[in-house]
Design a protein around this ligand. Sequence first.
Ligand code: G6P
Ligand code: MG
Length: 217
Amino acid sequence: NKKGFIFDLDGVIVDTAKYHFLAWKNLAKSIDIDFTKEQNEQLKGVSRVKSLEKILEWGNKTISEEQFTSLMGKKNEEYLSFIATMDDNEILPDVSKVLNYLIAQKQPISLGSASKNARPILEKVNLLSKFDAIVDGNDVSKAKPDPEVFLIAAKALNIKPEDCIVFEDSVAGVQAANTANMISIGIGEKEVLHEADYVFSDFTEMENSFIEELINR
Ligand code: G6P
Ligand code: MG
């Protein structure tokens, strides 16, 4: 019995939201826009381009295309400088345990992330080899909540979408999984992720028996 297990990266495998936040905050400040933690929440799962568009919208600012491109580059440069310091201590609790359990059960595993920095991050935290497929921001043309990223992952694993299970921390990601006809498992707060089929605050709350049920359903 094989299912496809698809993991979002930021906020599910590693807590990079804090680095995205710092980089966006500094960037917003450089163009006199205030950027709050609450706004950062709304950027979870949202692509780099869309994120900057939203920040400009919140700040009531219009800029030239050139400045837009340059700001995107600046943000990523700073984000990459944070990423450079990452190691496997930044893997979220029990993520490795779940990945190893799935591998022991011979279940196909894919990444399904909006990030264009997914590979270097997985390399930094030493998890790249756990994945049978990596689908990230470089492979998609439509951002979550569009299901494209997860449908490509299912194809890469050669598993039907209805036999796939998605782990997501963002509302947009949960919606994408639901639209793809996959089982959605929210990692985070129940109130925020109420559209998910199941919600766990983190992987320490997830028993192996639950994963076994998913495999055998
Ligand atoms: C994830 C994060 C977002 C981020 C996006 C793009 O979805 O949750 O906050 O904007 O990836 O990441 P990137 O590394 O390509 O800038
Ligand atoms: Mg995420």
